[in-house]
Design a binder for this molecule. Structure first.
Ligand SMILES: Cc1ncc(COP(=O)(O)O)c(C=O)c1O
Length: 380
């Protein structure tokens, strides 16, 4: 007997807000690209991961964590990790929230704060989950575009914030452009947002941007403010821990953390992830080395692509937003045939752009060669 239900049986159960949502686009599947290209090793530049691996201390911490047995639940409060983060940033542990990746905290914030019809303001182009999670809650999302030169549009931000959002998502640096919001621009957003609004400063790529003199430390900028805010950071990018899923937030007050505790699944950060993050946090040298090597590659690859006539947005992150001059989904498909995965950007107005994370110098050279060849074919 066939027990598979027809899709129509469940379709009527799905909330209308959910039915209309796009699925998250993680980029092409490496196994499929390997099969398509015949490449022994696919070059994956689609998820802004670190090519420089993790600190040796992380590998050892995960080994010990697993050896100690995974038959017990992890600490639901993540106390040791929250303490370590709090100590490193001079913040009480009660104002630290942990997530199964920082995207988990984005989701929890929406669940805890948003009612149907509430307004959320964020950036365009931007990180898709800044729009998806509010929409799951039935909120409206207003996206503030960058200027033609990928800069911060102060007037557009002022106007959008005047409409009274309950929540503001600002990524600094921005994904996908890689651009930073300066201290003055951040102050502008803070001043223009309603005092009751929750300001969410998403610093997923902050470690890469720290050497940029324009880049403000968001925590230092918001720390003294008497209004709701949270700064989100992650171990997925510069620390190289994307696979174990751990991110954190520093909140304006313990009550916000307690609200998130009420909505989150109790054991949202697994034990190897907690142990790995503690070890990662302690290895300053590995972090500094990753940031330094990434910066060198960003400068080198930007120069080479520009030299080949491609438009590249100046980036303070580990990825580049590149104007290919033609439809980026076609460019991405051709790159797949060469065994390289990038993200073709799909937001309106950016259909010629790809976002490519940088990898090792060797892999980046292959990427630059293939991309410039593909784009040269399209030139008259
Ligand atoms: C701007 C931004 N915020 C948050 C995240 C979520 O990262 P994670 O959940 O791995 O911490 C990402 C991931 O790509 C991102 O680009």
């Amino acid at each position: 007997m066939n027990h598979v239900l027809a899709p129509a049986a469940s379709a009527s159960l799905i909330r209308s807000e959910v039915a209309g949502l796009p699925r998250y686009d993680p980029g092409a599947d490496p196994d499929e690209v390997a099969a398509l290209s015949g490449a022994r090793q696919v070059i994956k530049l689609s998820n802004n991961e670190s090519p420089f691996g993790v600190s040796p201390a992380v590998a050892e911490a995960v080994r010990l964590s697993l050896a100690d047995g995974v038959s017990r639940y992890p600490d639901p409060t993540g106390k040791r990790l929250a303490d370590a983060i709090g100590k490193s940033l001079d913040v009480p542990a009660g104002r630290v929230v942990l997530g199964n990746g920082s995207e988990n905290i984005l989701e929890l914030l929406c669940q805890a704060v948003l009612d149907p019809g509430d307004l959320v303001v964020t950036q365009a182009p931007g990180f898709s989950l800044h729009e998806t999670f509010p929409r799951v809650m039935g909120a409206r999302v207003e996206k503030v575009p960058v200027t033609a030169g990928f800069g911060f549009d102060a007037d557009a931000w002022r106007d959008a914030l005047a409409a009274g959002p309950k929540l503001v998502f600002l990524a600094n640096p921005c994904n996908p452009t890689g651009a930073v919001v300066s201290a003055g621009q951040l102050e502008h957003v803070v001043a223009a947002a309603p005092r009751s609004a929750l300001l969410v400063l998403d610093e997923a790529y902050g470690e890469f941007a720290r050497p940029d003199p324009e880049y403000p430390d968001g925590l230092e900028a918001l720390r003294g403010l008497d209004r709701p805010w949270i700064v989100l950071r992650t171990f997925s990018k510069a620390y190289g821990l994307a696979g174990v899923r751990v991110g954190y937030g520093i909140a304006s007050d313990a009550a916000l953390v307690e609200a998130l505790d009420r909505v989150r699944t109790p054991y949202n950060v697994n034990r190897p992830a907690q142990d790995a993050a503690i070890a990662a946090l302690g290895d300053h040298e590995h972090l500094a080395d990753t940031v330094r090597r990434t910066g060198l590659e960003i400068a080198r690859v930007t120069g080479r692509l520009r030299g080949a006539g491609l438009g590249v947005v100046p980036s303070s992150t580990n990825f580049l937003f590149i104007d290919t001059g033609c439809r980026s989904d076609r460019v991405a498909r051709e790159l797949h045939r060469a065994g390289i995965i990038v993200k073709a950007w799909r937001e309106p107005g950016y259909e010629n752009y790809i976002r490519a994370s940088l990898s090792t110098p060797e892999e980046n050279d292959v990427f630059v060669r293939c991309l410039t060849e593909i784009c040269a074919k399209d030139k008259p």
